[in-house]
Design a protein around this ligand. Structure first.
Ligand code: ADP
Ligand code: MG
Length: 228
């Protein structure tokens, strides 16, 4: 397996609180990995380290074989903008912007011309069952619609890796499954690698492989579908 994103023996403490204590995880190019584990075990911290949002105190983070943990914040933020997409549990859309402008935002920040950004953003509305919602603001969307807009925004710049932290945590289970179906279909169609943090077994079942974080370390989950 060629790893696209990897943590090697990552340690990170918040003051006296250890969050990662030797976390090692290699995610293959195009693989969908679910990161499970109890609350407070270090799942979000691991995702933030993999995504170059946080830098571990010790250990290595690699993207495409290059050390992310050695980059300064400016370069890591460029890496995040150009190569990664993010979906979180809550409050990700800019409330003042229309749904369409929210989706176009990463392209505009990346220097795209407005007409091109809007055209590419619009193509995602049909794809994610959001037709007709382009001009709505986030307050005028249901939770599932808002999360699909957030998914469109995460995918519009065609990231190599999509990081999702409890993306269905605020949704009822049917709506959560619809979001997961769309996320996984889009990722597979584009060959996008996905790292998804979830404590829901039904959500984790969409992944090729499931791992468990306990006390800041990553463990393989025996018997997971697609495990190798
Ligand atoms: P999970 O996502 O598995 O619930 P986290 O990675 O958020 O766990 O947290 C791991 C540990 O680090 C927990 O003990 C948590 O309280 C602590 N922690 C996480 N983020 C911070 C922070 N910004 N400041 C202080 N402690 C934090
Ligand atoms: Mg978390």
């Amino acid at each position: 397996m060629t790893a696209i994103i990897e943590a090697r023996d990552a340690h990170l403490a918040f003051g006296q609180t250890p969050a990662l204590r030797g976390a090692t995880l290699a995610v293959g190019d195009g693989e969908i990995v679910a990161v499970m584990g109890p609350s407070g075990s270090g799942k979000s911290t691991l995702l933030h380290c993999l995504a170059g949002i946080l830098v571990p105190d010790r250990g290595e983070i690699l993207f495409d074989g290059a050390r992310v943990d050695r980059l300064d914040e400016t370069r890591r933020s460029t890496l995040r903008r150009d190569r990664f997409g993010f979906v979180f549990q809550f409050g990700q859309l800019v409330p003042e912007l229309t749904a369409e402008d929210n989706v176009a935002l990463p392209l505009l920040l990346g220097g795209a011309r407005r007409a091109d950004a809007v055209r590419r953003a619009r193509s995602w509305f049909a794809r994610l069952g959001l037709d007709g919602l382009e001009q709505r603001r986030s307050g005028e969307l249901s939770g599932g619609q808002a999360q699909r807009v957030a998914l469109a925004r995460a995918l519009v710049a065609e990231p190599r890796v999509l990081f999702a932290d409890e993306p269905t945590g605020a949704l009822d289970s049917l709506t959560g499954e619809q979001v997961m179906d769309l996320m996984v279909d889009a990722a597979r169609a584009n060959g996008t690698t996905v790292v998804i943090v979830t404590h829901e077994a039904r959500v984790a079942a969409y992944a090729d492989r499931q791992v468990i974080v306990r006390d800041g370390r990553v463990h393989a989950l025996a018997g997971a579908r697609g495990a190798s």
